[in-house]
Ligand binder design. Structure first.
Ligand code: NDP
Length: 485
């Protein structure tokens, strides 16, 4: 790779880089050119064993430190990440193909936010005292033990931190398996944590495909699994975790609705639709890919959308002016192009885009279909690419029913200037994360996650603490024990 701060080996275990070239070789491809920039090796059973053994050995001493001590290390790691934002952003761009214009403001920075937020929270984690007459109960908030994090490829740094930061704040150890498509960034997170003072063995990274994830999930020494991935993978991982009644967090896919009422500010609604469909070339789980636009403003909306899409700067993701980059892989691009064909075959009206770009790398145009109907495949299935489906509506009750008529429930958005309607619609959405006159904000302070098939549990915010710790109740009797005999 033409970059001198890339990770130096495939895995990071017990505080150091570890290599084992006997694992399956995984080529790391730069999506903007299709060139191979690195090779990592999937974890062998010996590497997985090494990671689990060192994490198990280190965890109890980490949990025994005070929250202030643990938090100080996480906050120091956040500072280092911010200082190295430029280098980390370039690595993220190599890993994912996302434009530097994006990676420099949302990836290492949001990872650092998570480390800072949960670092600050570590010292505040307490149990409670419950008085029962003369007697009492107190609760202890305890770590779960060994957590496994499994990541998707769209936000490799952010996912590594969103899972690692709350896990570590609560006193757990973590083994993180990045997606095989984007294996590099999590290694830098591990490196930075160690530099910040994290004891060896508390945050480990191992590479591999699904079977490495599967081996981790089924190991009886693992106490919790947090997956960011698709619904089919979520089903498999959830079922495997159930065998040992492991704790789970599932951040899965979506096909989220965005409703634009006739009184909406059109520029803001168009801006929300652009953010919620074309940021990261559409590879965002919470994207509002079913855009319901009131018939009265539909043509105006489509006109402004097309005009503004014409301002997208598509090109070299390392160029800070580029605002739309390639897709993460040829495979993912072909999946999205396949959906474009399906949309055309089903009679949706192609407004703009739809083609692969005639240049090296995995680029496709931002694509908009209008006159999409609820039963079309492009309105039902998650595409995970830059393909927006615009649907018409006239009646609020009707559009609510249609918006909720999906297996998914990750996110939903509404654009309107009617205050009552905005909150009524938000309350009626069957989704874990809702937006009023905005889209796709994900600050660490707010819970993030889905309902229905889009997942269980929440990441970020105070809510995440409940998913990385457990309560022990301790009953204390001051008077005599009364027994029946
Ligand atoms: P996948 O579901 O294909 O993979 C997710 C991760 O799980 C990868 O690391 C994968 O490894 C691993 N994996 C696959 N099979 C197994 C298994 N049997 N046991 C354990 N681990 C396994 O998702 P993608 O990487 O393709 O990411 C896209 C999906 O992620 C979309 O559906 C998207 O909506 C969702 N997503 C959800 C988010 C959320 O917060 N709700 C955020 C971002 C994405 P490998 O790929 O290396 O084989």
């Amino acid at each position: 790779m033409p970059y001198d701060t890339q990770p130096t080996a495939s895995h990071f275990i017990n505080g150091e880089y570890v290599e084992d070239t006997s694992g399956t070789a995984i080529d790391v491809i730069y999506p903007a050119t299709g060139e191979k920039i690195a090779t990592v090796y999937a974890a062998t059973p010996a590497i997985i064993e090494q990671a689990i053994t060192s994490a198990k050995a280190a965890q109890s001493a980490w949990a025994a430190m005070t929250g202030t001590q643990r938090g100080r290390i996480l906050r120091r790691a956040a500072d280092i990440m911010r200082e190295r934002n430029h280098d980390l952003s370039i690595l993220e761009t190599y890993d994912t193909g996302k434009p530097y214009q994006e990676t420099s403001v949302v990836d290492a920075t949001s990872g650092a936010d998570a480390l800072e937020y949960f670092g600050g929270m570590a010292a505040t984690l307490t149990g409670e005292h419950i008085q029962l007459g003369e007697n009492w109960v107190y609760t202890r908030r305890e770590a779960l033990g060994l957590c496994v994090g499994i990541g998707a490829w769209n936000y490799p740094t952010q996912i590594a931190c969103w899972k690692g930061a709350p896990a570590l704040a609560c006193g757990n150890a973590m083994i993180f398996k990045p997606s095989e498509t984007t294996p590099l960034c999590a290694l830098k997170v591990a490196e930075i944590l160690i530099e910040a003072g994290l004891p060896a063995g508390i945050y480990n990274v191992v590479q591999g495909m699904g079977e490495v994830g599967g081996a981790l999930v089924t190991d009886p020494r693992v106490d919790k699994v947090s997956l960011t991935g698709s619904v089919p993978t979520g089903r498999k991982v959830y079922a495997a975790a159930a065998a040992d009644i492991k704790h789970v967090t599932m951040e899965l896919g979506g096909k989220s609705p965005m409703i634009v009422f006739e009184d909406a500010n059109i520029e803001n609604a168009v801006g929300g639709a652009i953010l919620g469909n074309f940021y990261s070339s559409g590879q965002v789980c919470s994207n509002g890919t079913r855009v319901f636009v009131h018939k009265a403003i539909k043509e105006q909306f489509l006109k402004r959308l097309t005009e503004r899409l014409g301002n997208a700067v598509i090109g070299d993701p390392m160029d800070p002016d580029t605002s739309f980059g390639p897709m993460v892989s040829e495979r993912q691009m072909n999946i999205a192009l396949g959906y474009v064909e399906k949309g055309q075959a089903e009679g949706a009206r192609l407004i703009t885009g739809g083609q692969r770009l005639d240049r090296e790398g995995f680029y496709m145009q931002p694509t908009v279909f209008a006159d999409v109907t609820d039963d079309m495949v492009i309105a039902r299935e998650e595409i995970f690419g830059p393909v927006m489906a615009v649907l018409d509506f006239e009646d609020e009750d009707d559009v609510m029913t249609r918006a909720n008529d999906t297996e998914f429930g990750l996110a939903a958005g509404v654009f309107t200037n009617d205050l009552s309607r905005a909150h009524r619609v938000a309350a009626r959405f069957e989704a874990g994360t809702c937006y009023i006159n905005t889209y796709n904000d994900a600050p660490v302070e707010a819970p993030f996650g889905g309902v229905k098939n889009s997942g269980v549990g929440r990441e970020n915010s105070k809510a995440a603490i409940n998913h990385y710790s457990q309560l022990k109740s301790v009953f204390v009797r001051m008077d005599d024990v009364e027994a029946p005999f």
